[in-house]
Design a protein around this ligand. Structure first.
Ligand SMILES: NC(=O)c1ccc[n+]([C@@H]2O[C@H](COP(=O)([O-])OP(=O)(O)OC[C@H]3O[C@@H](n4cnc5c(N)ncnc54)[C@H](O)[C@@H]3O)[C@@H](O)[C@H]2O)c1
Length: 386
């Protein structure tokens, strides 16, 4: 067995996503399984080099996980040669800090893997995609939701022809994010300040773009109504601040093939669903409701025949009339699954479509949704090319 070490600079690794999902649940989990098996007696061994602003926090993470390399100097990590050279630059910093760091890493010839959104505006996101292509480096953007069990089962239904012609998709995403005064907020405060890259539209619409695209077809238009329902919040130090970013977005999308999708996204809603996100898909031959883990379906042959009569109590147990889709598979952590495909792309040149151009499509949809809300009209989503 030959072991190929791939050195990965991980920036933003003290954050929620960088630490938990990317370091612990992805790269360290790959190491725990003995590396990524490429077949033919070869494995990839990811070697994280932790990068960030606070040395004590980085040292602490390294110590906890038996890692030996960390730095507060991104330039020196990117410029290192010989055995200190890194192959991949990964970025999970706050969004506004990302484009400059990605450009720096592309200029240093590193392969790029980045959290979404890749930039704060479409021009910046497209520039990154162009620069990476010109530099000939490999690049990927996190699109974790399509690797989740519930959505993979939904994809299985789509691919099997279960729905026949798909008519519509309805998504509900959200939960109550505490204001931070009498109970601590469960998301970082920058999410609620537009000037710091916050807002539910820029956060979630990149996910909706690739989800709709991968499952049903390209998004061709958007109408959105955004809101800041909770105007004041309290930050990590308990200080009050004004919420300048949207905390809810109500959107209608048209997709290739005439499918209509509507998705509500909100951090100011209480959960009366089975999961924090759920999508109902209605097709001529059947319907399904998919969440993060579960997916249940109803075939047209098992469809009840309700008759509208407000004078009568509901007699049908509608919620029980759906059939759970079995796993029939082993589902790994979604972030890890996507990391493994990216590492294969880097090591073997296998095709990988979730790249910086796909990331730019997500930024484009968020940008157009915000403009749609500001202008009160539906906007077409032009197809992006470099
Ligand atoms: N894929 C997903 O499902 C998903 C979910 C949540 C967040 N995200 C994305 O991940 C990124 C990080 O989000 P998070 O929730 O982990 O945030 P976080 O606040 O927990 O972490 C942010 C990281 O960036 C660093 N940072 C903070 N301010 C900085 C600055 N001014 N300059 C440089 N670095 C700074 C922090 O030290 C920390 O390491 C965001 O871009 C967000 O959009 C993705």
């Amino acid at each position: 067995m030959t072991r190929r070490t791939v050195r990965i600079a991980m920036n933003g690794v003290t954050g929620r996503m960088g630490y938990r999902q990317h370091l612990v649940r992805s790269l360290l989990a790959i190491r725990e399984q003995g590396g990524l098996d490429l077949g033919g007696g070869e494995t990839v061994w990811p070697e994280p080099v932790l990068v960030g602003r606070r040395e004590d926090a980085l040292r602490d993470i390294a110590r906890r996980h038996g890692l030996t390399e960390w730095s507060t100097d991104l330039d020196s990590v990117l410029d290192a040669t010989g055995s200190g050279r890194v192959d991949i630059y990964f970025d999970a910093q706050v969004t506004p800090a990302r484009p400059a760091a990605l450009k720096r890493a592309i200029a240093a010839g590193k392969h790029i893997y980045a959290e979404k959104p890749t930039a704060t505006d479409l021009a910046g996101a497209l520039e990154l995609a162009r620069l990476a292509d010109e530099a000939g480096v490999r690049h990927g953007v996190v699109q974790d939701k399509i690797f989740l069990p519930g959505l993979r089962k939904l994809k299985r239904l789509v691919d099997s022809g279960f729905f026949g012609r798909v008519l519509s998709v309805r998504g509900e995403f959200g939960y109550w994010v505490f204001e931070g005064d009498w109970q601590e907020a469960q998301r970082p405060s920058w999410n609620y300040r537009a000037e710091d890259g916050g807002g539910i539209t820029v956060d979630m619409f990149p996910h909706w773009d690739y989800l709709l695209h991968e499952l049903f077809g390209r998004v061709t238009s958007v109408f959105a109504q955004t809101a800041t329902h909770v105007p004041q919040r309290w930050d990590e130090r308990g200080a009050p601040y004004r919420a300048t970013a949207d905390d809810a977005a109500y959107a209608v999308f048209q997709l290739d093939g005439g499918i209509v999708a509507q998705i509500n996204s909100s951090w100011a809603v209480r959960v009366a669903r089975q999961e924090l996100v759920e999508f109902q898909v209605d097709g001529v031959l059947g319907s399904a409701v998919a969440g993060l883990r579960h997916c249940r379906a109803q075939h047209r042959s098992a469809t009840p025949r309700p008759v509208w009569n407000p004078d009568q109590p509901t007699t049908e147990p509608f919620g029980d009339q759906w059939q759970e889709i079995p796993d029939n598979d082993e589902f790994d952590n979604g972030f890890k699954a996507q990391w493994e495909l990216f590492l294969r792309h880097v090591a073997l040149g296998e095709p990988y479509r979730w790249d910086l151009l796909a990331g730019a499509r997500g930024v484009q949809l968020a940008e157009l949704a915000l403009r749609s809300s500001a202008e009160g009209r539906r906007l077409n989503v032009p197809e992006l090319t470099l």
